[in-house]
Design a protein around this ligand. Structure first.
Ligand SMILES: Nc1ncnc2c1ncn2[C@@H]1O[C@H](COP(=O)(O)OP(=O)(O)O)[C@@H](O)[C@H]1O
Ligand SMILES: [Mg+2]
Length: 373
């Protein structure tokens, strides 16, 4: 095995057992560099870990990210143990560094952390069946449920204003006014779409401010590929990718999972007739999620889950459109000049469909809540 000496120096600063026998890059992630490490201990026992570089372009304070991750994973472990479930392979476990920390600073601007490897598991990028999506809903529901008694003031707000719809809107207006790429005149209908829904879409922020709903530990990246599934049975094993864990609302986690997973088309589909909310997938996810949160979240939270899906979709529409106006400076992954506009239109179409299906969504959620009583 050949291994980069810098990587080796990082590995040596974690408390791993035995001798390193394998180090391979996992290429499925999009943001972090992720490696799979295998060690062999004295009696021949093998242990595997993942080593990841923290994205310090997005996270300016990686130590705060890791502090959040450590507290949240410890809480989840205790919650599982209290239910009589062995947390091994069910919760990420942060591997300590030799000096008792949670990450290694490589001295060249890189910050690294390691987790136990989740065994015989896979992730999927697109939902393959309603049953699978129900499992994923249950996994994110469990995550919310088990953290519902977490002391929220112990978490850092690692990306301030992440879902501050009001601030997103004022930033949007600045983009329209600034018109950096000279595109504002070509998208009047899209701008109007965002403006006309502004007030209604600030409702979650309002409810948090007024105390109608509480702040919760929020995962903030509830894409389906952040749940590891058992390779053989398809059962959800473990929620991963915890970097964006911070105070927020349970509605955001539910909502983003629906926005991403229950849409009938890709995020940049240009044939808008193909973009819709798959109500059966919505129902499946909601069933899994509510089955694990009905006794943990408040009535106001549960009833407003569909609003969460709409607000997250709106927020993405707004951000894609703002970035189109700014000249593609945040979502730089553009294949053609109108790419972020396509993404914005796709989210707008999805939101329009959710508006049409709002009563259906509300009805499904109400029935699911009723069922758990
Ligand atoms: N603890 C783990 N055990 C096994 N595989 C993991 C673990 N953490 C991450 N992975 C794998 O690495 C991939 C990327 O990790 P993730 O933390 O989701 O980063 P990204 O921000 O790149 O999505 C995951 O899709 C998964 O396949
Ligand atoms: Mg991920």
């Amino acid at each position: 095995m050949t291994i980069d000496s810098k990587l080796k120096a990082v590995i040596d600063r974690f408390v791993f057992p035995g001798a390193l026998v394998e180090c391979a890059e996992i290429k499925t992630g999009h943001i972090n560099a992720t490696y799979r490490l295998r060690f062999v201990g004295a009696e021949g026992a093998q242990r595997e870990y993942v080593l990841q570089r923290i994205n310090n372009y997005v996270f300016k304070k990686p130590d705060e990210v890791m502090q959040n991750v450590r507290l949240v994973t410890e809480h989840l472990s205790r919650a599982l143990a209290a239910r009589g479930v062995d947390p091994d392979n069910r919760v990420l476990r942060v591997v300590p560094t030799v000096d008792g920390g949670a990450m290694v600073d490589d001295g060249e601007g890189g910050f690294w952390r390691a987790y136990d490897f989740i065994r015989h598991a896979v992730t999927v990028d697109r939902v393959q069946s309603a049953d699978q999506f129900r499992q994923i809903g249950a996994a994110f529901g469990d995550f919310q449920g088990m953290l519902s008694d977490f002391p929220i003031d112990r978490l850092y707000d690692t990306i301030p204003h992440f879902h501050d719809t009001r601030k997103r809107l004022s930033d949007f207006e600045r983009s329209v006014k600034g018109d950096a790429a000279g595109r504002a005149a070509s998208v009047p209908e899209e701008i109007e779409f965002i403006r006309s829904r502004g007030k209604a879409m600030c409702r979650i922020v309002e409810m948090l401010e007024s105390g109608e709903i509480p702040l919760r530990v929020t995962h903030n990246d509830t894409k389906i590929n952040n749940v590891m599934l058992d390779k053989a049975t398809g059962e959800a094993l473990c929620v991963i990718d915890l970097d964006t864990v911070m105070p927020g609302s349970a509605l955001y986690d539910f909502g983003d999972a629906i926005r991403y997973g229950a849409c009938t088309a890709a995020e940049d589909e240009t044939d808008l007739s193909r973009v819709a909310l798959d109500i059966d997938l919505f129902a499946a996810f909601a069933e899994g999620f509510i089955s694990r949160t009905a006794d943990r979240l408040t009535k106001a939270e549960l009833e407003n889950l569909p609003l969460g899906a709409m607000v997250m979709t709106y927020e993405n529409a707004l951000r894609f459109l703002a970035d189109h106006l700014d000249g593609d400076i945040y979502f730089t992954d553009v294949d053609y000049p109108e790419h972020n506009l396509s993404r914005a239109r796709c989210q707008m179409k999805l939101l329009t469909d959710m508006e049409a299906k709002r009563a259906d969504m509300d009805g499904i959620v109400a029935r699911l809540i009723e069922r758990t009583k």
